[in-house]
Structure formats: C-alpha cells, structure tokens
Design a protein around this ligand. Structure first.
Ligand SMILES: Nc1ncnc2c1ncn2[C@@H]1O[C@H](COP(=O)(O)OP(=O)(O)OP(=O)(O)O)[C@@H](O)[C@H]1O
Ligand SMILES: [Mg+2]
Length: 486
C-alpha cells in the first residue's frame, strides 16, 4: 500500500543502483530535492537531478530493497530545528548520533536560496578566533566567508576548532555548527570530546557525516549545517558554521556524478560543483537591520595536495570566499605553528571589523612579518649590519615568537592588545631570546589573575594614558622579576 500523502498517482521504480546512488523511472512530476517514501511512509531518498529518462536519487540506506516501489512526498528535504538543537550531535540527515531524543521543532527545508543584496549589510562586527596571528593580521567579521586551506595535517581543523572554543565568552552568543564531511569516526570522537572538555557544547552543534556514511549523508551534511546556522541568523542571532572539509564534499559529489554517468569535467569533477559550493557559501551573510541584523559566518576548509592552490576545487572556493588562511608545510616543519603564511593569506572584509584598539597596535605587523625574511637574508650575507637593521630583526624575531601558539590556548583580543602594544613600544627590546617564551606565557597569567580590570577597560575601548602607563608598570615589574631570576 502506498503511503497516504503520496496521492497514489505517481510510483517510481529503481532501474539501477550502486552504493545508494539510484536512477528511478516513473514519478514524472517529482521536483528537485523532493523526498521519496517507501510504502510505510518512511523517508528513503532525495531527488538530486534528472536526465532525459530518469530521476537521479540518493538513497538514505544501503539496505533498501531495490524491487520495492518509491512514492512521492510532495515535500522538499527538511529537518526539524528548534533552540534545542544546541549541544546536539546529529548525522547528515538530521538524526541523533548522541543517543538523545530525535530532533523537534518546525521542519525547515535545507536547500533554500541565499539572502539578496537588499537584505544584507556590510560585514562590520568582529568575530575573534583567539589565535593571535589571525586576529592581528587577518581579522574576521561576522557574516564573512573565510577559507582555511593547506595540505594534510597542518592544523586546519585546529584553527576552526579553536575559533569555536573562543566563542565561549562571546557576547552576544555566537552559535557554532561544526560540520564534518568525510572525516574519520576517530576524528569525530576527538572533536566531540574536545568540545565537551572545553564546555563548548553550551553553544555548539555537531553535524557529522564520517567517511563510512552514505553518499546521501555526506552530500547533505553541509546543507544541514548551514540551515541550522540560518535558524539563528534569521532570528537576529549570530552563527558560525565550519565545513570540515569541502574537498571531501566535492569528492563525494564527484563519485555520485560519475555513478550517475554525468559528463566529467576538469579533474573528473562535474561542472556544477562550483554552483553547488557557491549556493552553500552564499548563505553566509550579515543581515540588514530590517531583517534583524543576524549573521552567519562561514569557515570552509579545503585540503590541497603539495600546496597546490591552482587545482580545481581550491580555485573554485578561493573565488567564492572573502579571503583565505593559507597554511604551509615549511612553516610547520620550522615549528612556526599555527603554520599560517601571512603573505599568502588575506581577509578581504575583516579589516573594517577588527576591534579598533587591536587595529591600532597591530598596524605595522604585516609589514614587519613581510620584511623579516629579507632582513634575515641580509644578516647571512653581510658581516656588518646597521644598528637600525639589527633592531628590526630583533623585533621581527620577537614578533614571530609571540605569534606562535599552542592549540586550545586562546588569547583574547584584549590580551593581544597588551602584548602587541608592549612590542610596538619597545618594552621588550631588552629581553633575551631565551626569555621570550616564558614572558609571553606568564604575562598572560599575570594579566588574567591580577589585572582583569585593565583588560576590562581595554574591552570597553579605553586606552588612555592611565591604561598605557599601567601596562608599562606591569611589564617593567614583571621584567625585573624575570631578569632577576635569570
Ligand atoms: N597550534 C597548535 N599547537 C600544537 N599542535 C597543533 C597546533 N595546531 C595543530 N596541531 C597538531 O597538528 C596536527 C594536525 O592538526 P589538524 O588535525 O588540525 O590538521 P588538519 O590540517 O586539519 O589535518 P587533516 O588534513 O588530517 O584534516 C594535530 O596533531 C594537532 O594536534
Ligand atoms: Mg582536519
């Protein structure tokens, strides 16, 4: 018996199927992204395209009996979303993976269009990562799309994860959605336990389609993630969605397209993979005040091979996003971690969104970093280096050391203001190299434990002579202590 809602009229039959990718005949009026049902009314697949003769379907389960008929639902693929989605771990179809109850709330279709230009406004509010090198030189704004790109195992996911952890004290709340697509189950478990350990599940949802998941789950997971983000964005709140990673998503779509015998294009990817990812990333936005002023920030991750950013998927996504954070193996091997190459990275809208005080004290930082390599070469070539150059090299080396950062050790932007102000004013010029690491670690502790009121003032935008003088005193005292102890 067909389910009631299918209207009895249109029945589909699977004519070919491999790994859950099926071609179906019948159901002539079915529409794109419509959900198909079995005769018990259970959702068993989604329409993802058409060719001249058949309907292209992704099945939700591998063990569906292929001879059974499929029925129309007249509904687009949707998932239930409510405030209760915070703290949950769900799969690519919106089903719980955390052993809790099924999701509740109004069902929202996951394929919708992005807000138009009239409904948007310029990105202008900061969203800080707690990662010094990013906040100082590549600041991000709410509503921005910033790509994290680099070879395997260079710390891409760690940057995204630390950005999520850094939202812990965000005011107003930034709701985070971490989408895993095609990653190992082991990594999912690690992610979930880290989020728990740092108390991040109070504002985070995980959508996980692992490498063992069906094509349907992998294909849908980023769209499920962005739809959850939109739920908050459209209610005047702020959301941050991480897509880890879109190379795997593209590969999944390539496999599906090849199984459907669609014409392969460059690197065997189907031509429309660009529009697939554009339609996903365009949904990131800072909405106009009329629309509630909410925002959705997107952090897609892409893996490169041998640092090659000119291959198909990286170039596509670079062109869709508002900038990229580029990680480099050479830096990682030198121990400069996070291994971000500032020269090759860019944030096209973030500058306007950087906290003004941080902007003030980091204005010369990119220049210092870009000159550093040249200056280092100079010391190797010439025996006599001018006093001026020596000072510059020292400052450059010191800055590089300060920008190194352990994972999950977030530094708030207010603390960064103190740190970079001290460098800029030359307060650290008399430290010895071996004292740098101790200095940066312990200074933060002192600030957090003894001088929270100074940080609070900076947070309120106060950076007058009083605050500056106090910073000088704190650092002079601390230096005396370090220098005394040796
Ligand atoms: N700032 C950091 N401090 C210390 N270790 C780090 C830091 N960033 C990354 N790592 C370590 O580097 C390794 C790779 O990190 P991560 O998994 O984030 O990289 P990835 O680029 O996402 O890798 P994959 O390609 O496997 O997805 C991990 O062992 C991680 O713990
Ligand atoms: Mg990763």
């Amino acid at each position: 018996m067909p389910p009631e809602e299918s209207n009895f009229t249109e029945i589909g039959y699977i004519v070919s199927c491999f790994s859950g990718v099926a071609k179906v005949h019948g159901i002539p009026h079915v529409f794109l992204h419509e959900v198909l049902l079995d005769d018990a009314g259970k959702e068993i697949g989604i329409v993802i395209g058409f060719d001249e003769k058949s309907v292209e379907v992704l099945l939700f389960d591998d063990d569906i009996l292929l001879e059974n008929p499929l029925y129309r639902s007249h509904r687009r693929f949707s998932i239930p979303i409510s405030d209760g989605i915070v703290g949950r771990v769900i799969d690519g179809l919106g089903q719980p993976l955390d052993g809790e109850t099924v999701l509740s709330g109004d069902k929202i279709p996951v394929f919708t269009s992005a807000p138009g230009i009239i409904d948007r406004q310029e990105v202008h509010e900061p969203i800080t990562t707690g990662i010094k090198i990013i906040d100082a030189t590549l600041p991000l704004g709410k509503g921005q799309r910033e790509l994290i790109i680099g070879d395997r195992n260079l710390g891409k996911s760690t940057i995204a994860l630390d950005t999520v952890l850094n939202q812990k004290n965000a005011d107003p709340t930034v709701y985070c959605i971490y989408v895993l697509c095609g990653k190992k189950t082991r990594y999912m478990n690690h992610l979930v336990s880290t989020l728990k350990e740092y108390g991040a599940f109070l504002y985070t949802t995980v959508v996980a389609a692992t490498s063992n998941s069906t094509f349907a789950e992998k294909y849908l997971s980023p769209f499920v993630g962005v739809t959850i983000g939109e739920y908050f964005r459209d209610r005047g709140k702020h959301a941050l969605v991480v897509y880890d990673d879109l190379s795997e998503h593209a590969k999944c779509y390539r496999d599906v397209s090849l199984l459907l015998e669609r014409a392969p294009g460059r690197e065997a990817y189907p031509g429309d993979v660009f529009s697939l990812h554009a339609s996903l990333l365009e949904r990131a936005a800072k909405l106009s005040d009329d629309k509630g002023g909410g925002s959705l920030t997107a952090l897609p991750i892409v893996e490169t091979q041998e640092g090659d950013v000119t291959s198909f998927i990286p170039t596509n996504i670079i062109s869709i996003t508002d900038g990229q954070i580029y990680l480099e193996r050479g830096l990682y091997q030198k121990g400069f971690i996070p291994a971000i190459n500032v020269g090759l990275s860019v944030s096209r809208v973030g500058g306007k969104a950087q906290p003004p005080l941080l902007r003030q004290v980091t204005a010369g930082l990119r220049l210092v970093l870009s000159q550093q390599n040249e200056l280092q070469k100079l010391t190797q070539l010439e025996t006599v280096v001018s006093q001026e150059s020596k000072k510059k090299i020292y400052r450059g080396e010191l800055t590089l050391e300060l920008l190194k950062q352990e994972k999950h050790q977030n530094v708030s932007w207010k603390e960064q203001v103190v740190l970079f102000y001290a460098v800029e004013e030359g307060m650290l010029d008399d430290l010895k190299e071996e004292q740098w690491v101790r200095f940066k670690g312990e200074l933060l502790e002192i600030l957090r434990n003894k001088y929270p009121h100074i940080l609070e003032k900076i947070g309120d935008g106060v950076f007058d002579d009083g605050v500056k003088g106090k910073i000088k005193d704190i650092i002079e005292d601390f230096k005396k202590e370090i220098l005394l102890k040796g």
